[in-house]
Design a protein around this ligand. Structure first.
Ligand code: BGC
Ligand code: NOJ
Length: 814
């Protein structure tokens, strides 16, 4: 069953009924001002940091109720009837409801009793504000006397404090109202130098800024007293809960339309220019007023919307493919790339499943996110790499997370996740391969953000590699620390009290538990580092990295192989995890995926065996589960993984992030059919038809789909913010379609399904556009290349002379 459809030419998903199984969201903003918006206009906005600079309030634990958002109420002043054109919060039976989620914008349209309202929400490029462009049309045969009420609820900036510290917060709220513009300035009197403003292009007949005055006692958002009676209270918030609401009266003749522009913005003032006049406590509104004068004009809103569209045309235009599979095309060309931007911006901080108050940017997460993002805005990828590296510790370890606003490592979670450092190597290598910008290695970056500790980025990579060698366990495999990629495999935690963090509680000093996953990651990252060292003219260093890599590979073969598949780990007692010897959790996906992706066991058949076991024991119609059999009870020595009921999350859920590792593994053994089949099983577009089962948005990946042990097998959760986005983008574009960035050029090495006759693609790579045509002339993956009509040996397209605009590549598969 579907709740809408894809409009590919417009790059939109069109939701045709408001009661989706869960709120289906979109992101507004892609630089500094961000918002989440659901298909019923729920959600909130923030500046840079969802926790520390929250602009509007949201209520947690209320999905699928989804209250709190960018609301409008329309009121028929003749009858007193009122409704919300975005369905929430009044939930009337609307006609012709559609929500179009597009690239950085959302348009919600509906009709009620002959009155149509359509609102386009977006954040203009390079501005710290959002625009709601509302057009109201009277389709009745008589004139209509209408009232429009806008509504947002302000957050008192620090979203964590805002939702807990009521004894203070009920007394600090402050606003100013001038010329119908509502300014929210809580804490501006003291240490803050920023405020929010909410304005409207039409003349207002009233306003409200005090929530309880607007709602009335014991009323909810669905029936605010002010809307019921049709008159704003002109309330001024002193403490309690500041809101912003305008009241606009519209008289519309039959057939007449009127547009209203609302602008919600964020503004900072210089410390010495906070007040106007300077010796007063009145906000200096000069900068905000200038912005408003510009944007409260419908045609300016239109042109900034067109600019946003062009921005996305260009970004998505960097890589476009035309394959025989509509779901591949749609995801690569539109939604997967778009989701990669969201994960790059948000990491795992703000979605309908991530509260925005918990985590900042994750070290491993953000490095992996680069894989799907770096081709879009390499300069921002570079900046991110430098920020991440600055939270690395002198030991080579890293803060597991940092706050984007302060760029400081997050002390609550600390470090000790022993896989973390290697992702930096992969992030940097992806960046260099995409851009050819080797200078990033000489960028001077501190450790732990400590002034004076700066070293070239290259030194950071060296220490990342060294970190593992300094922490080897009894079998010569890497010690796992708090956890590796699987945050829930906590082999040193032994947590026995409710509420303890599985990630940070450690009662063992951990000199035994080893991770075969980190070993595979070490091999993969080590090879990348060796290539980087060789390019830097450091042959001895390169050789020493390769020697360590071979040693680790041999250790994996010796101590990391279970006979039919790769082991997962050794626990604190030196017992195997992920082995046929185990009662539960006999086989795990991570090592089957990452070992084969890293090319371990390609020559001797281990890789093929591991992939065969994966297909036999882990693959389901909804994707590949994380391990089997699921843990049926809590194991003190394994940690959080066994805390989940069977089939959910890391306990045998389909953890989509690691499915592409197996997909890449399948391409490495040359099995394009299996690779694309796995790709399709978790492709959200291919799952659109079963939206009642999948339940999350059909246009973006979810972190998890419930596994076969779960009563709700096939149900997705945690959509949007997941490493699944970048890894699937990477797997399909670079490994299945095989358009692979490399240090010395673009490689064309497709491993596509046997049934495909070929495909076409356009890929911009280091300022040249590659027009690629792949044709199948046999059933294998052997590539013959022709570049601009001339045969080229191997599968690497040599870099063309600088200034070359386009290169035509023809690849024949035999
Ligand atoms: C989740 C993991 C996540 C971890 C991060 C756990 O509860 O299951 O997926 O990585 O929290 O804090
Ligand atoms: C989500 C976390 O953000 C990520 O860092 C981790 O690798 C996976 N969960 C698996 O636990």
């Amino acid at each position: 069953m579907k709740y809408g459809y894809f409009d590919d030419p417009l790059r939109e998903y069109v939701i045709t009924r408001p009661d989706t199984p869960l709120p289906w969201i979109n992101y507004l903003g892609c630089q500094a001002y961000f918002g989440i918006i659901s298909n019923t206009a729920g959600g909130y906005s923030f500046y840079r940091d969802a926790r520390l600079r929250r602009i509007t309030r949201y209520r947690y634990n209320n999905a699928p109720y989804d209250f709190g958002g960018r609301y409008l109420y329309l009121r028929d002043d003749a009858s007193g009837e009122f409704w919300s054109p975005s369905w929430q919060p009044t939930r009337r039976s609307l006609e012709d409801y559609t929500c179009r989620h597009g690239m950085g914008y959302t348009i919600i349209r509906s009709k009620y009793q002959g009155i149509e309202a359509s609102t386009r929400y977006f954040v203009p490029l390079d501005e710290n504000l959002e625009i709601w462009q509302t057009t109201v049309t009277n389709h009745r045969s008589q004139a209509a006397e209408l009232s429009v009420f806008s509504l947002i609820e302000f957050c008192l900036w620090d979203a964590q404090d805002d939702s807990t510290n009521f004894q203070r917060n009920f007394s600090i709220g402050e606003v100013e109202i001038e010329d119908g513009v509502i300014y929210h300035k809580t804490e501006y009197r003291e240490r803050r130098d920023h405020f929010a403003f909410f304005a409207c292009s039409e003349k207002t007949t009233g306003f409200d800024t005090q929530r309880d005055a607007f709602l009335g006692p014991y009323h909810g958002w669905e029936n605010p007293a002010v809307v019921e009676c049709g008159h704003s209270g002109n309330s001024v918030a002193h403490g309690w809960a500041p809101i912003g609401s305008h009241h606009v009266k519209l008289s519309l003749k039959p057939g007449e339309s009127r547009q209203i522009v609302f602008v919600l913005g964020y503004q900072e003032n210089a410390r010495d220019q906070k007040f106007d006049p300077p010796d007063s406590q009145t906000l200096n509104k000069k900068a905000a007023k200038a912005v408003l004068t510009k944007y409260l004009v419908p045609c300016v809103a239109d042109t900034s919307f067109e600019k946003l569209r062009r921005y996305w045309d260009e970004l998505l235009g960097l890589c476009q493919v035309d394959t025989p599979d509509v779901h591949t095309n749609r995801m690569v060309n539109i939604w997967n790339a778009y989701q990669c931007m969201a994960t790059f911006n948000m990491s795992r901080s703000a979605s309908f499943f991530e509260s925005g108050i918990g985590r900042g940017l994750g070290f491993r997460d953000s490095n992996q996110d680069l894989l799907g993002f770096v081709h879009m805005v390499p300069s921002r990828a570079r900046e991110r790499i430098v920020d991440l590296a600055a939270t690395q510790l002198p030991t080579g370890g890293a803060y597991h997370q940092y706050q984007p606003l302060t760029k400081q490592g997050n002390n609550d979670i600390g470090s000790g996740f022993n896989d973390d450092p290697h992702w930096l190597i992969l992030g940097v290598s992806a960046y260099i391969k995409e851009t050819g910008d080797w200078s990033i290695l000489d960028e001077s970056v501190p450790f732990d953000n400590a002034p004076g500790s700066e070293k070239p980025l290259y030194e950071h990579l060296r220490r990342s590699f060294r970190y593992t060698l300094d922490r080897l366990g009894p079998h010569g495999l890497p010690l796992i620390g708090r956890a590796d990629w699987n945050d829930c495999l906590n082999l040193n935690c032994f947590s026995d009290s409710p509420g303890q963090s599985f990630q940070t509680t450690t009662n063992k000093d951990g000199k035994v538990a080893e991770s075969i996953f980190i070993a595979a990651l070490f091999v993969h990252a080590g090879r990348e580092l060796a290539k980087i060292a060789s390019h830097r003219g450091l042959p001895a260093e390169c050789a020493s990295y390769l020697a360590e890599v071979s040693k680790m590979e041999a250790t994996i073969r010796k101590h990391g192989w279970d006979g039919e598949w790769f082991l997962r780990a050794y626990d604190d007692f030196g017992r195997k995890v992920g082995s046929k010897e185990c009662a539960e959790g006999k086989i795990f996906i991570e090592t089957q995926g990452f070992c084969t992706l890293a090319g371990i066991g390609l020559e001797d058949g281990m890789a093929a065996k591991a992939l065969e076991a994966t297909s036999r024991l882990l693959a389901t119609e909804h994707g590949i589960v994380l391990q089997q059999p699921a843990y049926s009870k809590y194991y003190l020595e394994l940690g959080e993984i066994s805390s989940y009921p069977p089939g959910y999350k890391e306990n045998a859920g389909i953890f989509c992030h690691n499915n592409p590792w197996v997909i890449i593994g399948e391409t490495r053994v040359g099995n394009g059919d299996a690779a694309h089949d796995y790709y399709t099983r978790i492709n959200p577009s291919a799952r659109e038809e079963i939206s009642e089962v999948h339940r999350c948005e059909p246009y973006v990946y979810a972190q998890m789909i419930a596994g076969r042990d779960a009563p709700t097998h096939g149900e997705a959760k945690n959509s949007w913010l997941t490493g699944t986005a970048a890894w699937n983008y990477f797997a399909i574009t670079q490994w299945i379609l095989g358009i692979r960035t490399d240090f010395d050029g673009l490689r064309i090495a497709p491993v596509i399904p046997g049934g495909w006759s070929g495909f076409k693609a356009t890929r911009k790579f280091r300022s040249t556009i590659y027009q690629i045509e792949v044709q199948r002339a046999g059933s294998g993956n052997q590539v013959s290349l022709e570049v601009d009509g001339k045969p080229v040996h191997g599968n690497l397209v040599p870099l063309p002379p600088p200034e070359t605009k386009t290169v035509a590549v023809k690849a024949t598969l035999r």
